[in-house]
Design a binder for this molecule. Structure first.
Ligand SMILES: O=C(O)C[C@H](O)C(=O)O
Ligand code: SF4
Length: 512
């Protein structure tokens, strides 16, 4: 198996940097359905640029390279320990070369292992089969969309949909609700894998396994095939749109599997995957470990695009572009309105979970008066001269900072927070009180934003690990949309309210 480690390294690199054709086809279809100039269309155009840049640069599509999860089928007699060891070596190498972000964190101490290895990381599942070759599939599913996974225990009451019973119609309601509750936070438009039945653990496993199906396959069970088609159609009527900006595409794929359950339990488990749906697979020669074929790389798929029906077309709002350089004045911020596009030049600072908690009872390492905080955990590499370079730097989900954000803005005089997915009522009130804005960047567009970073000025709190440290970055032409302003307006609140109204239209039974 002399080729094994290199084959696995190729698989990891390709998964992180090159979206498979079925996923690209779904994104192309979504792009064609949005009207030029709308916020969703602009977001999709950035996403498409980013997909191309990641492939060209052989760099991560998204900075969050997720929890590496392998599903491996082996012939009888193949040594699984040899494969696991080769996976670990390939993961360390992929981390050293910036194809993976160091993502394994000790849950109690918060220490980042730095090489993507840790207790339970990576995840590797083996199954034996009767074939002679080895089949290795890998998914790199990031944290933001993982946090939007949801498990329902039937019967239950669902916001907007009422009672969901222990039948196909109850299942239908749960799945629609799962898309609604994700809003834009898991970097919509997403793909969902659904597991019906099992227990709490196997239900989620089944849901994740569905994500290994081809996006354009047809479920062999006609009842489930019908449900998949129904969900894909109706979830797209929720108008959540790309990144939760509103729009015609909210869901790119729905795959449903079922297993037996025990009488008392009835779980519907949903695995939500962002548009940056990174999964690839290879077959390997069991003697040499060389790649013999790729599993998701068939010819580019033809996309048939149905025009949006009249009435569903969002009109492109007139966008105003405002160029700002930190430190930003309160006056300039109060002049901004939801929908404006802000182009930033100058110094910004990254800060996410660990930093926000830290800043509550510590001073900031740098002056943040008039400053900009970027919710981002980048992929960084140090060169031979000790200089840092940015390999990938898209936004992280902002809502996790909701308990801290308003206080931090007030305490340090921050004028803008960049992130994705939006924030809640407390932050909105804080923006109004202190004169600040929330800027939504395009989640997953890690190459696109890395390209806007012209210098790494320094780093503080590196003891939090690379993703959680406070990086001081100079940016040029960094564009983001005002989605929460200093006047109490929030696009996220409006989109969620509309989506809830639309969700409640699906209350009546469909599958009797
Ligand atoms: O950890 C990250 O960089 C991002 C995460 O995947 C998220 O979606 O919030
Ligand atoms: S930032 Fe968005 S695209 Fe990246 S892993 Fe998280 S949810 Fe996915």
């Amino acid at each position: 198996m002399q080729e094994l480690k290199n084959s696995l390294l190729t698989l990891i690199t390709d998964t992180s940097t090159n979206l498979p054709p079925d996923v690209r086809a779904a994104i192309r279809k979504a792009t064609a359905k949005e009207n030029a100039g709308t916020r969703s269309a602009l977001a999709l155009s950035t996403i498409n640029d980013n997909i191309r840049m990641a492939e060209e640069n052989v760099s991560p599509i998204c900075q969050d390279t997720g929890m590496p999860t392998f599903i491996i089928h082996v012939p009888v007699g193949v040594n699984q320990m040899t494969i696991s060891q080769a996976i670990r070596e390939a993961i360390v190498e992929a981390t050293q070369t910036g194809k993976l972000r160091p993502n394994a964190v000790d849950s109690l101490t918060g220490e980042n292992s730095g090489d993507n290895l840790g207790e339970g990381v990576p995840v590797i599942h083996y199954e034996q089969w009767n074939r002679d070759d080895i089949d290795v599939r890998l998914i790199l599913k990031g944290g933001g969309c993982e946090n939007k996974n949801i498990q329902y225990s039937l019967p239950c009451e669902l916001e907007g949909l009422g009672r969901a019973g222990r039948d196909l119609d109850g299942i239908r309601k749960c799945i629609l609700h799962s898309v609604y509750q994700a809003q834009g936070q898991g970097c919509s438009a997403g793909f969902i894998g659904v597991g019906i039945g099992g227990d709490r653990t196997t239900g989620y496993e089944l849901a994740k396994k569905q994500l290994f199906r081809q996006a354009n396959d047809t479920n062999p069970n006609p009842e489930l095939a019908q449900l998949e088609a129904y969900i894909l159609d109706k979830a797209n009527e929720l108008s959540i749109g790309t990144m939760g900006f509103g729009g015609n595409t909210t869901l790119l794929g729905c795959k449903i599997g079922t297993m037996h359950r025990i009488p008392a339990s009835f779980f519907v488990s949903v695995a939500y995957n962002c548009w940056a749906f990174r999964r690839q697979g290879v077959t390997l020669d069991p003697k040499t470990g060389a790649i013999t074929s790729w599993l998701y790389k068939d010819k580019p798929q033809r996309v048939e695009v149905k025009e949006p029906e009249t009435g569903t077309q969002e009109q492109a709002p007139a966008t105003r572009e405002v160029r700002l350089t930190p430190p930003i004045s309160e006056e300039a911020i109060r002049d901004l309105k939801v929908g404006d596009v802000v182009i930033l030049d100058g110094l910004i600072h990254t800060g996410r979970d660990a930093l926000h908690k830290y800043l509550m009872d510590h001073d900031a390492p740098v002056d943040l008066q008039g400053g900009v905080i970027y919710h981002c955990g980048p992929v960084m590499l140090k060169d031979e001269n000790g200089n840092w370079t940015v390999k990938a730097a898209g936004p992280t989900t902002s809502i996790r900072e909701e308990p801290y954000q308003a206080d931090i803005i007030g305490k340090f005089g921050i004028r803008a927070v960049i992130g994705k997915g939006g924030m809640g009522a407390r932050t909105l009130a804080g923006l109004q009180e202190h004169g600040a804005v929330y800027l939504n960047a395009i989640g997953g567009a890690a190459q696109y934003y890395a390209d806007c970073i012209t210098a790494v000025n320094g780093v503080d709190l590196l003891q939090f690990g690379v993703p959680e440290a406070m990086w001081h970055l100079t940016v040029k032409n960094f564009a983001a949309i005002v989605t929460m302003d200093a006047h109490g307006n929030s696009l996220h609140r409006d989109v969620e309210m509309t989506a809830l109204e639309k969700l409640s239209q699906f209350k009546e039974p469909v599958f009797k």
